[in-house]
Design a protein around this ligand. Sequence first.
Ligand SMILES: [Zn+2]
Length: 203
Amino acid sequence: MDHLLDQPVLVLNRLWQAISTCSARRALLLLYQGHAQVVSMDAADNFLTHNFFSWRDFSATNPEPHMIQTISMRIRVPRIIVLALFDRLPKKEVKFTRLNVFERDKNICQYCGGFFDQSSLNLDHVIPRHRGGLTTWENIVCSCIPCNTRKGNRLPHEAGMQLLRKPKRPKWRPFVNITFNGGIDRSWSHFIDLAYWNVELGD
Ligand SMILES: [Zn+2]
């Protein structure tokens, strides 16, 4: 079994983009020196940051089964650190583009559940435009052409159709290419997925 201090930690730069991984040993050293802060997520997937002292206190109030034991304290193994000298959480958002909608919906028609090539998919306004529906993440879904035709200018229930899931704005996940040789923590998925595309969708 890997020693706790050898566990991989995801390293983010000041823009909160994943740039590498390091050992928990190095992460704690950077934390202690004030060169990095620990990133954790609360139950609602909000990011919290901690300096050495607040991480120590967080560890005491939120213990885990496996913690690093020193003479004077037990401290949690960080999963993510962000390098120092940032002053706020990132405001980056996933661009609202045709390809990013396909990516969010995984090329699956949100009405029939079928998987399609992108050339066989349309973007559907859930609430039709002439009924006041907006061109937004929350009102646009992937739809295959037969479903799109069947729905026409109606609301889904009017056409006897149902969405697989409620469309939402996706979380920002910057593109990064890191080779992982350790386990990937669930929390990393916010930072290490996905390529991005560049054309904003207009209305
Ligand atoms: Zn369909």
